[in-house]
Design a protein around this ligand. Structure first.
Ligand code: AMP
Length: 468
C-alpha cells in the first residue's frame, strides 16, 4: 500500500476565463482537508504550468507565486500527510508527459492495491519516481490510453484496475475530468460558477465562489467538465455505496453538504442521539473546539442543559494529531487549548468531542479542566470507538494506536481520567447520517471493509460480498 496519500482536497475548474484565482480560493476553502502541501496546475499554450510546495495555501500560492499562471482549465490539491511523509516530491498536482499529452492528477484517497499494481507495471518495464498514488494513476491511465486512445474509455479501464478510495481530478491537456471510486468513499461534487464549472471535494468551495451546487459526482462516475456543460459517464454501478462516515463526523467542513446530507445537521443529530443514549446529570455541555461544537449543540438541545464554551482554542497553533511523539502531542495540546476558569470552576460538565483515537487530547484536556477546578467531567463522543485502521485515506493506520482497542469502556474512562464516558452507538451514528448501513464505510469502528484489503481478514468480505 502506498505511503504518502491520505485524505486530501482536490479541485478542478474549466471556465471561459482564467481559473487561477478561483482555484486558489477554492483550495483555501478546503484547506482543512490538508495542510501539508498545496498546488495548482493549469494548461496554457500547449503545456502544463504548475506551482506547488509544502505549506499552507496562502503561503504556497501567493499572488506573486501564481502571477505567471494563466489558463482556462486547471486543477488544484491540498495534501494531508502523516508525520512520516512530508517530502515535497509528493506535493500535488502530479504532472507527467505522455504519448497522448500532458497529464495532471490530483488525488484524494488511497489506492489499496498500489503495491500489486506498481509491481506489475515495473515488471513490464515502467519506472516510478515517487511513491505517490497519482503517479500510479497516470501510469494506469497511460496504459489504457494506448489501448483506446479515448480518455473516457481509458478512465473506465482504469476504474477496473484501481482498488480503494479515489476522488480524482485529472487534466489531459486542456480536458478536465472528475472521477469517484465505485463506492463513493471520498466526496466529490460539481458546481456551476460564473463562466464555468468546478469539480471539488466539498460544496463549501462552490459557495465561496458564489457558485451553485449542482450535484455530487456519483460513485463509479466519470465526469468531463467543460466551461459550458459537463458530460457524465457512469462507469461502474454497485448496488451498495460506502461513503466514509468520518467525513460527516469530523473531516469535512460543517457548511458542506456531502451525498445529500448537511454535515452540520448530521453532527447536531449525533449530539441529540448521544444525549439520549448516554445522558448525564450535569450543569453544562461543553464542546471541544472546533471539531466537537455541532455535536455539543445537539447534545445541549436534546438534554435541555445549558451549552457553554469552556475552552479557548488558539487557532494559530500547530496540528497536534500528526506529531510523532506522545509527550510532544500532550505539550502541543496545552499550547492549543486553555480552559476558561470562570466557566468551569466548581461545575459538573459533559465535554463533547467528535472522536477518540489515541486518547491523548482528551486525557490532557481533562487534567487541565481539573486543575481549573471542574467538579465532574463526563465525556461524550460523537463516533463509536475507533478500533480498526482506515485504509482509505483517514490517518488512522495501526490498531495499536487506538486506545479503545483492547481496553474496556471503563478502562478507557480511567486512562483519560473522566468521571464517565459514553460513545454514540453504531446504530445511533447510522441514524444520525440518515443513510442505510450498507451505503456507509464504517471500517474504523466495525472492522468491515467494503473492498478487498491485502492483509485484512477475508471473513468480512465473504459476508459483505453476498450483498453485491
Ligand atoms: P487523539 O488525541 O489521538 O484521541 O485525537 C483525537 C482527536 O483528533 C479527535 O477529537 C479529532 O478531533 C482529531 N482527529 C481524529 N482523527 C484525526 C485525523 N485522522 N487527523 C487529524 N485529526 C484527527
Amino acid at each position: 500500500m502506498s505511503g504518502p496519500n491520505h485524505s486530501c482536497g482536490v479541485a478542478g475548474i474549466a471556465s471561459a476565463s482564467d481559473v487561477v484565482s478561483s482555484l486558489q480560493k477554492s483550495l483555501m476553502i478546503i484547506q482543512h482537508r490538508g495542510q501539508e502541501s498545496a498546488g495548482i496546475t493549469v494548461f496554457d499554450k500547449g503545456e502544463l504550468q504548475t506551482v506547488r510546495d509544502n505549506g499552507l495555501v496562502h503561503a504556497v500560492l501567493t499572488d506573486e507565486s501564481i502571477a505567471h499562471l494563466r489558463g482556462k482549465v486547471g486543477v488544484g490539491h491540498v495534501r494531508y500527510s502523516t508525520a512520516s511523509s512530508k517530502s515535497v516530491l509528493n506535493a500535488q498536482p502530479m504532472t507527467v508527459g505522455t504519448g497522448f499529452g500532458a497529464v495532471a492528477v490530483a488525488h484524494n484517497g488511497d489506492i489499496t492495491n498500489y503495491d500489486e499494481l506498481v509491481g506489475g507495471y515495473k515488471a513490464r518495464g515502467a519506472s516510478f519516481l515517487t511513491e505517490s498514488d497519482s503517479e500510479l494513476v497516470a501510469a494506469v491511465l497511460g496504459k489504457h490510453m494506448a489501448l483506446h486512445n479515448d480518455p473516457v474509455k481509458a478512465m473506465k479501464g482504469m476504474m477496473g484496475e484501481l482498488e480503494g478510495s479515489f476522488a480524482l481530478v485529472i487534466m489531459i491537456n486542456d480536458r478536465l475530468f472528475g472521477m469517484r471510486d465505485p463506492y463513493g468513499l471520498m466526496p466529490l461534487c460539481i458546481g456551476g460558477i460564473e463562466g464555468g464549472h468546478i469539480i471539488v471535494s466539498e460544496s463549501a468551495a462552490v459557495d465561496a465562489l458564489n457558485g451553485t451546487f449542482i450535484r455530487d459526482v456519483a460513485p463509479g462516475e466519470i465526469v468531463e467538465v467543460m466551461h459550458d456543460r459537463f458530460v457524465p459517464h457512469q462507469a461502474v454501478t454497485h448496488r451498495h455505496k460506502a461513503h466514509c462516515m468520518f467525513e460527516w463526523v469530523y473531516f469535512a467542513r460543517p457548511d458542506s453538504v456531502i451525498d445529500g446530507r448537511e454535515v452540520y445537521d448530521v453532527r447536531k443529530r449525533i449530539g441529540e442521539i448521544l444525549a439520549k443514549e448516554c445522558p448525564a446529570d450535569v450543569d453544562m455541555i461543553m464542546p471541544i473546539p472546533d471539531s466537537g461544537r455541532a455535536h455539543a449543540i445537539g447534545f445541549s438541545i436534546a438534554s435541555g442543559i445549558q451549552y457553554e464554551e469552556g475552552f479557548m482554542k488558539n487557532r494559530f497553533a500547530e496540528r497536534t494529531f500528526i506529531l510523532p511523539d506522545q509527550s510532544e502531542r500532550e505539550l502541543a495540546v496545552s499550547m492549543k487549548m486553555n480552559p476558561i476558569k470562570s466557566t468551569v470552576k466548581g461545575k459538573r460538565m459533559v465535554i463533547v468531542d467528535d472522536s477518540i483515537v489515541r486518547g491523548t487530547t482528551l486525557k490532557k484536556l481533562i487534567s487541565m479542566l481539573r486543575v481549573a477546578g471542574a467538579k465532574e467531567v463526563h465525556v461524550r463522543v460523537g463516533s463509536p470507538p475507533v478500533v480498526a485502521p482506515c485504509y482509505y485515506g483517514v490517518d488512522m493506520r495501526s490498531r495499536d494506536q487506538f486506545v479503545a482497542n483492547g481496553h474496556t469502556l471503563d478502562e478507557v474512562r480511567d486512562i483519560i481520567g473522566a468521571d464517565s464516558l459514553g460513545y454514540i452507538s453504531i446504530e445511533g451514528l447510522i441514524a444520525a447520517i440518515g443513510k442505510p448501513e450498507g451505503d456507509l464505510c464504517l471500517g474504523c469502528v466495525n472492522g468491515k471493509y467494503p473492498t478487498r484489503i491485502p492483509g485484512e481478514a477475508e471473513r468480512f468480505q465473504s459476508t459483505l460480498m453476498s450483498d453485491f
